[in-house]
Design a protein around this ligand. Structure first.
Ligand code: LCV
Length: 259
């Protein structure tokens, strides 16, 4: 079974997450197919991408496949991990990527959604950022993706509580572009993609790339980078990190001790 479905509609590439049974958890295999789908559409010069799950799902994506997270002692969110490569592929895709979101978006799924250029949701969509629930030290690229989308106090609340925020709050904060009913969302997102497709693809793609470069333009020193990486290492070496992933595997609540 394909974990991801693709379809070309006019000049728009549609990518559908197709593993509802596992709540579209971002396993290496699924993410690999997503990256392949993006590469395929890149070669076809599509004017926009729509990234969606199957119509009517309750969970858009449950985030990183927790069963595939490494045990203690290895960075779980390293530069070459499939999910990191996917995030960069979306951000660097030469045409806009629109997320069409129904249902819950969790952890790494939230970063995938927020790496997209525009987000349209149904009223039941929710967004949760979950590393604190698992004992995971979030990576710098991921924090930057969030900081470019979410006002800082809200980003902090989401990171520290790991509680989902509802679609209406996300829209009020300007994180998402529109809320549409399940009956109208598909036509609406296609019309958005078509109006982008009617414009100059060179102009659109250069503006997208310029905005990406400008929004990550704040330089940090090598010392500061190493300091943050050192702080993250304390977390992924800890008992608590191991406890977070063990608890998920054993289907129980984690008990964190701060070590
Ligand atoms: C593997 C899963 C998953 C899953 N992995 O359905 O950004 S970070 O740092 O947080 C990063 C590390 C990250 O993204 O971590 C993942 C964060 N995600 C979560 O914390 C959400 C975990 N999932 C859930 O809480 C529930 O599955 C939700 C609420 C999404 C859906 O609940 P529901 O009752 O509808 P089940 O829990 O029954 O899940 C159905 C199947 O999908 C698997 C889950 O183990 C189950 O498998 P089995 O049928 O084999 O038991 N599954 C769900 N999420 N992230 N596997």
């Amino acid at each position: 079974m394909s974990l991801v479905l693709t379809e070309l509609k006019d000049s728009t590439g549609v990518i559908t997450l197709n593993n509802s049974e596992k709540r579209n958890a971002l396993s290496d295999a699924l993410v690999h197919e997503l990256i392949d789908a993006l590469n395929g559409f890149r070669a076809q010069n599509v004017r926009a991408i729509i990234l969606r799950a199957m119509p009517g799902v309750r969970v858009w994506s449950a985030g990183h496949d927790i069963t595939e997270l490494p045990n203690r002692g290895r960075d779980p969110l390293g530069w070459y991990d499939q999910l990191r490569i996917l995030i960069r592929s979306i951000q660097e895709f030469p045409a806009p990527v629109i997320a069409l979101i129904e249902g819950g978006v969790w952890g790494g799924g939230c970063e995938v959604a927020m790496a997209c250029d525009m987000l349209v949701t149904t009223p039941d969509a929710t967004f949760a950022i979950t590393p604190a629930k698992l004992g995971v030290p979030y990576n710098l690229g991921g924090l930057l993706t969030l900081m470019n989308m979410i006002p800082l106090p809200i980003a902090k609340e989401m990171l520290f509580t790991a509680r989902p925020i509802p679609a209406e709050q996300a829209w009020n904060l300007g994180i998402t572009n529109y809320i549409k009913s399940p009956e109208e969302i598909e036509d609406f997102v296609f019309s958005l993609a078509l109006s982008i497709g009617a414009n100059s693809p060179l102009s659109v793609s250069v503006m997208k790339e310029s905005l990406r470069l400008l929004s990550s333009a704040s330089a940090i020193t090598p010392e500061l980078f190493e300091r943050i990486q050192g702080l993250r290492r304390v977390v992924y070496d800890s008992d608590d990190y191991q406890e977070g992933i063990d608890a998920f595997r054993q289907k129980r609540k984690p008990v964190f001790c701060g070590k």
